[in-house]
Write a protein that binds this ligand. Structure first.
Ligand code: ATP
Ligand code: MG
Length: 223
C-alpha cells in the first residue's frame, strides 16, 4: 500500500523563480494495482517517480510505503529491494551480457546465493522471452529486446513497487503494445504495485487506474 499525502517538490531556478514540479498531490495505490501516470512534458511525472524510487528526498509531504515513511527506510535497502525501475533509455551495461545485466541489482545485496540469483535471472529471461539471448551483448539486441532485458533486471530483486518511466518511449507502437502486455502479465505473476508513466494516453488505454498530472497537480481527465 502506497499513500502519498500533499507531496510537494520545487526547484529554485534563481533568486526570483521557483518551479513547483509537484504542487501538492495526494493519492493511494494498492498492492497489485497498476497505476498509469499521464501528463505532458514537464508536468512532473519523472519528479514523482524519483520520489517514489527513493532517489529524491528533498520533498515536502509524506510518502508511506507499507505503513512506513520512505525516508524511514534504509536508503540502500529501499532502492535495492522495495523498488525496481525501468528507464526510457534502457540503461544496459554494454560490456555485460544479457544475464549479467539482469543480475546486476542483486550482485551485491547478499539476499540470493549465486545459484539462486542465476535461477531467478533465467526464470525472468524466460518470462520475457529471451532465454535464447542470455549470452548476447546489448548491442546484439533489438530495441524491444533491450527493453525486455531492462524489465527482467527491474524485477530480479522481487520489488514491491515497479516504476516505469516511458517504458516504450523508444519503441514502435506494435513493440510498445507487446511490452505493455508483458508488464500486465508480470503484474499477475509477481505481487507488486506498478506505476507506468507516459505522455501517451493510447498506450495505457488498457489500464483502469489513471492519474493525470498537469503543472505538478492532479487533474480530472475531462478538464
Ligand atoms: N533538477 C531540476 N532542476 C530544476 N528544474 C527541474 C529539475 N528536474 C525537473 N525540473 C522541472 O520540473 C518540472 C517537472 O519535470 P519532470 O522531469 O518531472 O517532467 P516530466 O513530466 O517527467 O516531463 P517529460 O515528459 O518531458 O519527461 C519541469 O518544469 C522541469 O523543468
Ligand atoms: Mg520525464
Amino acid at each position: 500500500m502506497i499513500k502519498i499525502t500533499d507531496l510537494r517538490r520545487s526547484y529554485r531556478m534563481n533568486k526570483e523563480t521557483i518551479v513547483h514540479a509537484l504542487d501538492g498531490i495526494s493519492f493511494e495505490a494498492n498492492p497489485k494495482e497498476i497505476v498509469a501516470v499521464v501528463g505532458s512534458s514537464g508536468s512532473g511525472k519523472s519528479t514523482l517517480l524519483n520520489v517514489l524510487g527513493g532517489l529524491d528526498r528533498e520533498y515536502e509531504g509524506t510518502v508511506d510505503v507499507d505503513g512506513k515513511d520512505i525516508r524511514a527506510y534504509n536508503p540502500n535497502y529501499y532502492r535495492r529491494e522495495k523498488v525496481g525501475t525501468i528507464f526510457q533509455q534502457f540503461n544496459l551495461i554494454g560490456a555485460l551480457d544479457v544475464r549479467e545485466n539482469v543480475l546486476l541489482p542483486i550482485k551485491f545485496g547478499g539476499q540470493f546465493t549465486p545459484a539462486e540469483a542465476k535461477n531467478r535471472a533465467d526464470y525472468l529471461l524466460h518470462k520475457v522471452g529471451l532465454s535464447e539471448r542470455k549470452h548476447h551483448l546489448p548491442n546484439e539486441l533489438s530495441g524491444g529486446q533491450m527493453q525486455r532485458v531492462a524489465i527482467a533486471r527491474a524485477l530480479v530483486a522481487s520489488p514491491d513497487i515497479l516504476l516505469a518511466d516511458e517504458p516504450t518511449g523508444n519503441l514502435d507502437s506494435t513493440t510498445g503494445q507487446e511490452i505493455m502486455q508483458l508488464l500486465y502479465e508480470l503484474n499477475q505473476d509477481e505481487d507488486m504495485t506498478m506505476f507506468i508513466v507516459t505522455h501517451d494516453l493510447e498506450l495505457v488505454k488498457g489500464i483502469d487506474r489513471k492519474i493525470f498530472l498537469r503543472d505538478g497537480q492532479l487533474i480530472s481527465p475531462n478538464k
